[in-house]
Design a protein. Structure first.
Ligand SMILES: [Zn+2]
Ligand SMILES: [Zn+2]
Length: 215
């Protein structure tokens, strides 16, 4: 990865690297350091070498690893990681995974819809019993499709996107269920459409990614 790509991934993960300018400056180094510390098992030196780049890709695709509790933060264990929202109930998804990847809107111009996330976390996850990824997008790639939340500007920049996309309303997600084809995922999601839990679903470009949305 080049520095710009590294900055994009850091930004996507919420580690403000400053301006996405392809320059390995102070802000970028600070963001790399913060990521290395949070991810764990990496040398915390602010240099995005091979191991850190691998960790970045992993974090974008699968989220950050669960934090191991150290003796230092025992006191805060009662409140650690709790948001006081429905996200606390979800076993398999974190809010960050739904972030708009444009790098300009702050990631959440709208909040992901609770009903959508609950359907993903319970019905779909429990049916397949396999990891589900919210399709991570290379930011600023006009030919990419997918993701969770999108700001209007980012949505409009995607090829083939509709202006009133439910992604803009936080009511859609594009998912990959590991080990299952798009058509297998769609077949089950169709049953959720019939049951009124989803509004609509389709396989994206004949691949493994499936778009699901709610009313
Ligand atoms: Zn955006
Ligand atoms: Zn979609």
């Amino acid at each position: 990865m080049n520095t710009r790509q590294i900055q994009n991934l850091l930004d996507y993960l919420g580690y403000a690297p400053g301006k996405i300018d392809g320059l390995d400056g102070t802000n970028t180094r600070k963001a790399v350091k913060a990521f290395q510390l949070d991810f764990g098992g990496l040398t915390v030196d602010g240099v995005a070498g091979t191991a850190t780049q691998k960790a970045l890709r992993h974090a974008v695709a699968y989220g950050m690893p669960e934090k191991k509790q150290t003796t230092d933060d025992k006191d805060s264990s009662a409140t650690s990681g709790k948001t006081g929202t429905f996200w606390d109930d979800l076993k398999h998804f974190k809010r960050e995974e739904m972030r708009c990847p444009c790098g300009k809107c702050g990631g959440f111009p709208v909040e992901p819809a609770e009903n959508l996330m609950r359907t993903l976390d319970t019905d779909i996850w429990e049916h397949f019993q396999a990891p589900i990824t919210i399709v991570p997008l290379p930011p600023n790639d006009p030919h990419a499709g997918g993701s969770g939340v999108r700001c209007q500007t980012y949505n409009d920049s995607l090829c083939g996107s509709v202006p009133n996309s439910r992604h803009v309303q936080g009511k859609a997600a594009d998912i990959i269920v590991r080990g299952f084809s798009g058509s297998a995922v769609k077949a089950y999601c169709d049953s959720l459409v019939k049951a009124g839990k989803l509004r609509y679903c389709y396989v994206i470009g004949g691949g493994n990614s499936v778009h699901v949305d709610i009313l």
